[in-house]
Ligand binder design. Sequence first.
Ligand SMILES: *[C@@H]1O[C@H](CO)[C@@H](O)[C@H](O)[C@H]1NC(C)=O
Ligand SMILES: *[C@@H]1O[C@H](CO)[C@@H](O)[C@H](O)[C@H]1NC(C)=O
Length: 476
Amino acid sequence: MPTVKNSLTVLAFLSFVNADAIYTKKSPVLQVDSKSYDSLIAGSNHTSIVEFYAPWCGHCQNLKPTYEEAAKSLAGLAKVAAVNCDEDSNKLLCSQMGVQGFPTLKIIKPGSKPGRPIVEDYQGPRNVKGIVGAVVDKIPNHVKRLQEKDLDGWLSTSNETTKAILFTEKGTTSAILRAIAIDFLGKINIAQIRNKETAAVEMFGISTFPTLVLLPGGAKDSLVYDGEMKKEPIVTFLSQIVPPNPDPAPESTKASSSRRPKATRPSSSSSSAFSEASASHKSAEASEAAASGSTIVLEDFDASESPMPIVPPSETPITVPDSTPPLRSLVTLADLILSCLDPKIGTCVMALLPSQVDADATPPEPVAQALKSLALIAEKHVKRKAKLFPFYAVPAENEATEKLRDKLGLKPVTELEIIAMNTKRGWWRRYSGENTDVVSMESFIDAIKLGDGKKESLDEGVILQPAEKEADHDEL
Ligand SMILES: *[C@@H]1O[C@H](CO)[C@@H](O)[C@H](O)[C@H]1NC(C)=O
Ligand SMILES: *[C@@H]1O[C@H](CO)[C@@H](O)[C@H](O)[C@H]1NC(C)=O
């Protein structure tokens, strides 16, 4: 029986069911869809972090305050965006990005070719500090760190191009200056010079640090900025000579939009793809980043903030309210064939119940939980009028289950097995997780919906031909 606390959790959970996007228009989180993804994210010169989520996912709801806080901290430095993978029109994008569960966070950094970013899974802690730190670390550095001996050379190359120099006491390049250099990429060349380089400091008559000097192209008089070291006023100051790049780029000049990366396969493989890509990345940016180490100082970043971890699945008690319709039971072989095994059936999900579950006894906890989880997921889809393949409970008394388990190489009939099958397409897959809570079950169902994950191909023998059904009634 659900306790009061559990029922409240269920109510809270169900209240998300009809929710649209998690983030409102006013949210600091940028909402991106399959149409805008290329121009806003893939084609940007800025680094982005993108959350792929579903509105009904409890962990996504839990992440929201943290993610919005991260978006505020990263404002002007990097893009913090979210894609609602529950929208039909976004499903292909989510699947191409290798999304297998919600929420999935990916950091998308411009590559050496426009529109071909480097995508990496974010697997760090889901707190503001972790997210902001990881994103800041991936902001490209186009700022040249100059020593006196290089100053003349740097000033005389492309002498018609506007330049800016930050005189600073710091040896590292701030995230703000990196972001500004990206805004003005190709328009203003930006460098920084340390206060120790006294000849350069004297040459420009600098007496306080930091000071930003703007050198309009073609030997016009230089302009000195000594306002606050904040992004907005600096951009305004620089814009009096050259406006920043419009981001997103205007339609006509937009980077080819059809070239979405064959997205990085998830997790482990994508991070190795990333290191490979950066290792072979020969641009000045990469070598400079390598020379300076990858640590970037974000001055106003509060490193003492306490982590706010996401509640792990096992701590998310969700019970089915009594009104949730239970799964349909496939008691007879005929039921099983008509519902799942006939060759014309699409995807169906079966919970093959263990033999000790008899009709009158209360099933063991994981089995009861699996049935409740599936029932709840099915009900949510019904409430949202969303299409979903059917879920069934198959009791061990159904004479076919033992043979089915045998053919598929599943555990013996004393164990619970949850499988999905599509006879029309000839595949099946097994739920191999330990947990049967709703969040774990939902990731399994989502992966099937997105067509992700490993599928086994179905042997001929499992799919019954109509003739066989007649002739050989209990052969499977
Ligand atoms: C820019 O450089 C070119 C040669 O590369 C030179 O002819 C020209 O005078 C320079 N212009 C300025 C303003 O220094
Ligand atoms: C990206 O940078 C290039 C210069 O390298 C610039 O031409 C282009 O407009 C920038 N794109 C955007 C979207 O800012």
